[in-house]
Design a binder for this molecule. Structure first.
Ligand code: ADP
Length: 713
């Protein structure tokens, strides 16, 4: 059985007749349904109080405004007018309405047209159900049936679902780390996500409806204008740019502008996605910087490794340092040089990366001579050579004015200018506190400047080079010492053999002579010769013993008051026969008072060595011996007129085993002068030679005339 609806018995009346007075107004104004009357041009003609209140407006605020300004999506207004104007009723259309506080409120809209007798659109009536008032049905998905309006709750379910979707979209838009906006063709914001508030310090509601120019500021707007023009022309634009925003400040952005077209294909607005990549950019440039540092570190390590390899490979430090200098370029400089001390000289090893001219210029210059006329007390500012200062220095910024100020002379300034050096480091090659040399490296044409890291690397390199130089020198000295020792042993062998052979011959002939009638005279002659050879042998042996004694520091002086003249006379007397045999005329000149506290045996030894040499190298010409006293010293001068000594040999002959003559022509171990100098030194005196080749030699010994009690050490 079906229940039929009861037919009403009331007579037919009009609505206003059936309602009580004012009921209709109440019904219209205060019901749950929002009502809108919209003119064909889209302007709101009337709005009921319920809708105005729901959105937080007064009714008259809304009257006269375009419907589009009340909707989040301006298109909805057009669509409503368009469709209803065409006679199609709009049902269950989900729309977001803009509340007075800027928030968007979901509504479900029904709309239909009121037409005049000619069928022309007079106005549009809109019914709006506040979807936000409905119970949340986020889990209820609208079914096809409910959307088709099969049940009384269908519109509400749909509105609720729509609302949830809008909320989700909003939430997503707000949670993305980008600015999201919808901008209409008039360049006004129609939707912005919450990040706009952070960037521009304005409430979302304030931004809605605001123009781009106003929010971004004229400078930012101008910089973005080309992209805006393109997106409005229908192109999707992606770009990165530095934008000087009015409030948000200068930011590096990456942006996407996507056009939004209407049904007619016309661009009605565009969506913008903007992200701040300032940090990203900074990180990228930091990464680049780190890569550069890492690359530099690798290059530097390679320099050290290769240099170590080169330094270990050979003991010829000249060639080695050339290779190391070449290796250090261009990592540590465009050009540079080693300065290596060799005695009183400085050897320059220069290198320039692909520039022979600068290399030659540097090779010919003497950097260590750089002087600072107006040092101004700042020594470090002038330390251009570690060879000079023994200290490292870094000058990262050099210019011509600086060169002109520090150069010792105009030529030096010109050289410095010529190289175009703009940055310089100089480090010492130090070994046990001594500066063996320096390494100086400069940047010029590369435009680079040295850092503390470069200085540290150069120091490390220099310390390895110093070790290599020392090793090479020790090796050279050891080799020379071995050579000297071998020469000495062969000379000593010859020297000892000569008197020994002679001695042997004397003894042999003595043995044979015993039966000879003149035996006595002949034996005594031979014996005398034998004794001379024994003396020569014992002198040689004494010299050998003296080397080890002196070298080991075991030389002890037995000081006693002595008259130099007297000692000299005695030594000469001992050599009278020898002098005679050599045919040397002797001139002796002894001044009185040349006395002091000296070791007699050693003073005799000094005198003997000088007299023996004068006889040996004096070509049988006269020998002059003088003893003088002068200014606190007693002087012994021995002068001959023999072969003389060339200037370059004069220092050397006082060294151990050093000789300036061939052992084929003159016997000797090369020890006499060395021993003499050691003995003179031990007495606190000096020994010098004045000579020229073939013009004889004058040896001069000066001994301090201190007395026994006054002698210190
Ligand atoms: P030796 O005479 O045994 O070679 P010395 O040490 O006494 O050793 O002398 C070293 C060298 O100095 C000599 O070999 C010689 O070349 C040179 N010399 C020394 N005295 C004289 C001199 N009076 N005239 C020329 N040369 C000399």
């Amino acid at each position: 059985m079906s229940v039929q609806p009861q037919r009403s018995d009331h007579p037919v009346t009009t609505t206003s007749e059936r309602l009580g007075p004012g009921d209709l107004d109440d019904w219209l104004e205060s019901g749950d349904v929002g009502l809108l009357k919209v003119a064909p041009d889209g302007v709101i003609m009337w709005v009921n109080a319920a809708l105005a209140a729901t959105l937080g407006y007064l009714q008259h605020d809304l009257v006269g405004r375009p419907l589009a300004s009340l909707l989040a999506d301006a298109q909805t207004a057009d669509e409503l007018l368009h469709r209803t104007g065409a006679g199609v009723a709009v049902r269950n259309h989900a729309a977001l309405l803009r509340a007075q506080d800027g928030g968007l409120r979901p509504f479900t809209v029904h709309a239909s047209a009121r037409v005049d007798a000619q069928g022309r659109l007079e106005w549009v009536r809109c019914f709006l159900l506040d979807a936000a008032d409905r119970p949340r049905e986020s889990d209820v998905q609208p079914t096809a049936q409910s959307i088709a309006g099969a049940g009384p709750r269908a519109p509400q379910t749909l509105a609720s679902a729509m609302q949830n979707q809008d909320e989700r979209l909003l939430m997503i838009a707000d949670s993305l780390p980008v600015l999201i906006a919808y901008i209409d063709a008039d360049l006004r914001y129609r939707f912005v996500n919450s990040h706009y508030e952070e960037w521009f310090g304005r409430k979302r509601s304030e931004v809605h409806g605001m123009s781009l120019l106003e929010l971004l500021g004229p400078v930012a707007f101008e910089s973005l204008r080309p992209y805006i023009t393109r997106v409005l022309a229908g192109e999707s634009v992606t770009f990165e740019s530095v934008v000087p925003y009015r409030v948000a400040g200068v930011r590096v952005i990456r942006a996407n502008y996507v056009p939004q077209r209407g049904a007619d294909g016309k661009v009605e607005g565009f969506v913008t996605l903007v992200s701040d990549i300032s940090k990203e950019q900074k990180a990228a440039s930091e990464r680049e910087e780190l890569l550069k540092i890492e690359q530099h570190a690798r290059e530097r390590l390679a320099v050290l490794t290769k240099a170590t390899d080169v330094l270990a490979r050979t003991l010829d430090y000249d060639r080695t340092l050339e290779s190391v200098a070449a290796l250090a370029l261009p990592v540590l400089g465009d050009f540079g040089f080693f300065d290596i001390r060799e005695g009183d000289d400085v050897r320059r090893i220069a290198r320039a990366h692909h520039d022979d001219r600068i290399e030659n210029l540097l090779a010919q210059s003497s950097w260590s001579g750089v002087e600072a006329p107006d040092a101004g007390g700042d020594e470090s500012a002038l330390n251009l050579s570690a060879l000079r200062s023994g200290r490292s220095a870094l000058h990262a910024k050099l210019d011509d004015a600086f060169f002109a100020r520090i150069a010792s002379d105009p030529a030096q300034a010109a050289l410095l200018r010529e190289t175009g050096a703009r940055s310089l480091i100089t480090v010492p090659l130090a070994y046990q506190g001594a500066t063996l040399g320096s390494l100086t490296l400069m940047y010029g044409w590369s435009g680079r400047h040295h850092s503390e890291h470069d200085l540290a690397l150069a120091e490390e390199l220099a310390s390895r080079c110093a070790a290599a130089v020392i090793n090479a020198r020790l090796f050279k000295e050891a080799r020379e010492a071995i050579g000297v020792r071998d020469d000495f042993l062969s000379i000593a062998g010859h020297e000892l053999r000569t008197p020994l052979t002679a001695l042997q011959l004397q003894i042999l002939s003595i043995t044979k002579m015993t039966n000879h009638p003149d035996a006595a005279t002949k034996i005594s002659e031979r014996a005398e010769k034998a004794s001379r050879n024994v003396l020569r042998l014992s002198n040689l042996v004494n010299e050998l013993l003296d080397i080890s004694r002196i070298s080991a520091g075991r030389l002890k002086l037995e000081r006693a008051p002595l008259e130099l003249g007297e000692v000299v006379r005695e030594v000469l007397a001992r050599h009278a026969e020898e002098l005679n045999r050599q045919g040397c005329e002797l001139k002796l000149d002894v001044a009185p008072g040349a006395s002091g506290a000296w070791d007699r045996v050693r003073v005799e030894q000094i005198t003997t060595n000088l007299i023996a040499n004068a006889m040996k190298y004096g070509k049988g010409k006269p020998i002059e011996v003088r003893v003088e006293r002068e200014d606190g010293v007693a002087r012994l001068i021995v002068r001959d007129h023999g072969i003389g000594i060339s200037p370059e040999d004069q220092q050397r002959i006082f060294q151990r085993f050093e000789r300036a003559v061939s052992s084929r022509h003159f016997g000797g171990l090369g020890l006499g002068l060395w021993i003499a100098r050691q003995l003179v030194d031990a007495h606190g005196g000096t020994i010098r030679v004045h000579s020229e080749q073939d013009r004889g030699a004058t040896f001069e010994v000066a001994l301090p005339v201190a007395h026994v009690g006054e002698v210190v050490a």
